[in-house]
Design a protein around this ligand. Structure first.
Ligand code: SF4
Length: 739
């Protein structure tokens, strides 16, 4: 392949988890640079999400949009990524300004790309600029070259698909065969046409002898990649992976890793059994406890749900008994897949494909559309990956539009066909239209937040109802916050998860605070205070996982037996002790869990500052739709009237409970809204924020983040000028000198 630009380089060695080098590629100027990082940078920003946040904070502005040339697409592992002796170390983070939210988004993803990038000499790659022609970046650690090449043209069908194109590219780059030393990230045609494009992380799985894919699914990172004219990044390194981090104390890493793996092997089968069924195990739990989204989160349960339980996928699709870790050494091995699935619909009907998944979120995207057909789950999963679309945002947007039809805000004339809950043909048609940017897919591909504006305008024009009035109604069941579609949990019964979604800095994605399991299923956060404290603690530890290159599942999804004997079993502290030891043994530090949480809080506050700068950082931006708080319409209320009436008895306080069901419903919503607002008050205080959700100056200062930009930003929100004035006043009274 002829390069547009090539740079020879000497790959930096990994030492104690770091190479201290970032690869910078500007697609507008075609410049390729290596940036060396100082030890202070590394100590302060850790890696992964931390590196992405710092680059975005420093090099973009409040005016930067997802498609601005200066927007940065960062991919970064972390100091603990790439250790096959410890479970879950293949993760890396993709961070950028999102097309959906307009603020920082990151999505973590497994596979081999992050570890190989590090072995090829880089802690991160940061891509800026926009290329006029589609290009591929090739990082060859073996040859010591970084090349920018024109995107190869294979054949139309392959070129459009993120999976097919990636597979062809990996073969091409490797002399026609596959190897564990080469991996790629790709974006597909759907990412060009929808705001919720994903990035596929492709790697060779020797056990299944094929290319497999994991996805950076949330927030439109793939859309940014395609807008930049970047089709793929390929990375190669043949360096040994064992002790690839060149740990400070490898003996301890090995010992701790082996103890942890032993614990996982023993206890996962007794708990969620992820190693057999992957995250599809969750469907049954969620349905049992009214959390499984049905008909756009109207209901949390359905008589049809059992068609989507783990057993069905296990028997019919996950038949191959192979350990499915998405990186070497992950004995939790939840990355299930299926072979030889016959596509029955869409442009590739008749083709037999391998499917990576489904995961719980994809299964629940279908229940949300009222579709309980496991084969269609497999097809939907494959098409979303091949097109490069987020299966969550796609499903939530289609579900929202289906409810608009149910409630008369849309009809077949608007869409071009009838789009009703449970109609596979209609849902499938819209999926393909979203991917190709045709028909009603042009609207749906914008996501829930923008689709609802279109629906409100269109309905208002046709029916003469004021637009604001329609919008106010749609806001009640449009499942988005900050512009991001909700992930797949009904939160009506879990105040903790309402907060988990509302305060999540990237928007309502559970990876910041997945509290629904411990709150609603295990009932381990019984008091208001327990919930508020959890909403401070869990986002911090979870942020750390995203900064270090680690998967959270081995920590959060398998409870260590010793946890039961600790003060707070929900934190699973005995398992976190493995992580603290692994960190210290790799990096050569002597940190405690509290030190780690403090490091993490710096990143959390920095992300909050970026949100503030991009206009998504106040209490207003944390508002969640009424549907997330309680039953919006009578059908929802009536489906669990007994439960809601009981709840009301406990929470009505001094207010008398009316007999009329409509009045009761109204009082229930009032009480739910009051609880949510009170939660905001308490949690903001816990986090060191003002009552408007803005970090207080002392919070920003505590983490060494109060630079001039932060100062100005806080001034515009009026949270710092008060202190400055006070300081001036004090200086005056003391006859102080001017500085
Ligand atoms: S637990 Fe699952 S997602 Fe996490 S690293 Fe292991 S296989 Fe990958």
């Amino acid at each position: 392949m002829i390069s547009i630009r090539q740079l020879q380089y000497e790959p930096a060695e990994v030492k104690h988890g770091y190479t201290d080098t970032i690869l910078r590629v500007d697609l507008s100027t075609k410049k390729i640079n290596l940036t060396k990082l100082s030890p202070e940078f590394r100590d302060k920003y850790i890696g992964g999400r931390g590196y992405a946040l710092k680059l975005i904070w420093d090099e973009t502005t409040g005016l930067t949009r997802y498609d601005s040339p200066e927007n940065i697409l960062v991919m970064a592992s972390g100091p603990l990524g790439n250790e096959p002796g410890f479970p879950g170390t293949g993760k890396f983070v993709v961070g950028t300004i999102s097309p959906l939210t307009g603020t920082f988004i990151d999505s973590n993803v497994g596979g081999h790309f992050g570890p190989l990038l590090k072995l090829a000499g880089f802690d991160a790659i940061a891509v800026t600029g926009i290329s006029k022609q589609d290009v591929v970046i090739v990082i060859d650690g073996d040859e010591g070259t970084i090349s920018l090449v024109p995107s190869p043209i294979y054949m139309k069908e392959i070129d459009e698909g993120a999976l097919s194109f990636g597979e062809a590219l990996l073969k091409d780059m490797n002399g026609g065969g596959f190897s564990s030393s080469i991996a790629a990230v790709t974006a597909g045609k759907g990412a060009l046409n929808a705001r919720f494009g994903i990035i596929n992380s492709l790697y060779y799985d020797k056990k299944r002898n094929r290319i497999r894919a994991k996805q950076a699914g949330r927030g439109g990172t793939g859309t940014v990649m395609r807008f930049k004219g970047l089709r793929a990044i390929v990375v190669r390194s043949s360096l040994p992976k064992a002790n690839g981090n060149n740990a400070a104390d490898f003996k301890t890493v090995r010992r701790i890793g082996s103890e942890f793996r032993k614990m996982l092997r023993k206890h996962d089968p007794e708990q969620l059994n992820l190693s057999s069924c992957g995250t599809t195990s969750l469907s049954e739990y969620m349905d049992k406890f009214h959390i499984f989204p049905v008909h756009n989160y109207q209901y949390g349960q359905s008589p049809n749900s059992s068609k989507l339980f783990a057993e069905v996928f296990f028997k019919k699709y996950f038949s191959k008994k192979v350990p499915d870790g998405c990186y070497f050494g992950c004995c939790l091995a939840c990355a299930k897949g299926a072979e030889d699935v016959l596509l029955q619909r869409g442009p590739y009907a008749g083709r037999r494909v391998s499917v990576d998944g489904p995961e719980y979120e994809t299964v629940a995207a279908l229940s949300s559309m009222g579709i309980f057909n496991p084969h269609y789950v497999m097809e939907y999963n494959w098409y979303c990956d091949e097109y490069g679309l987020d299966s969550i945002s796609t499903g939530v947007t289609i579900s929202f539009l289906m409810e608009c039809v149910q409630r008369g805000y849309l009809d077949a004339d608007d869409i071009g066909y009838d789009l009703r809950f449970g109609d596979i043909d209609a849902a499938d048609r819209l999926l393909h239209e979203i991917a190709s940017g045709e028909g009603f897919g042009k609207i749906a591909g914008q996501g829930v937040a923008r689709s609802k504006l279109w629906v409100a305008r269109n309905y208002s024009a046709r029916h003469g109802v004021p637009e604001e009035q329609v919008l106010a109604e749609l806001n009640k069941f449009a499942m988005e916050t900050k512009g991001l579609e909700f992930s797949m949990y009904v939160t009506k019964e879990s105040l903790a998860q309402q907060g988990g979604y509302a305060f999540a800095l990237k928007g309502p994605q559970h990876d910041e605070a997945w509290l629904i399991f411990i709150d609603q299923i295990h009932k381990e956060l019984p008091t208001f205070e327990d919930k508020a404290r959890a909403l401070r603690w869990f986002p911090l530890i979870r942020t750390w996982f995203n900064a270090t290159g680690l998967c959270k599942l081995p920590w959060i999804d398998v409870r260590h037996p010793e946890a039961a004997h600790t003060k707070e079993p929900v934190k699973n502290l005995p398992t976190l002790e493995y992580y603290v030891q692994y960190y210290n043994a790799t990096v050569g530090t002597n940190k405690t869990l509290q030190d780690i949480l403090n490091d993490s809080e710096r990143l959390y506050v920095l992300q909050k500052l970026i949100n503030l700068r991009q206009g998504k950082g106040t209490r207003e931006s944390d508002r969640i739709p009424l549907r997330a708080i309680g039953p919006v319409y009578s059908n929802e209320y009536e489906s669990r009237a007994e439960y809601y009436d009981e709840w009301l008895k406990e929470h009505a306080g001094s207010e008398s409970i009316p007999d009329d069901p409509r009045e009761k419903h109204r009082l229930l919503l009032k009480k739910r809204l009051e609880a949510f607002e009170r939660l905001c008050d308490v949690v903001y205080e816990e986090k060191g924020f003002s009552q408007d959700g803005i970090p207080l100056p002392e919070t920003v200062e505590k983490f060494g983040l109060m630079d001039e930009r932060a100062r100005q930003l806080l001034e515009t929100y009026n949270v710092i000028s008060y202190d400055n004035n006070m300081e001036e006043e004090l200086l005056k009274t003391a006859g102080g000198v001017s500085r």
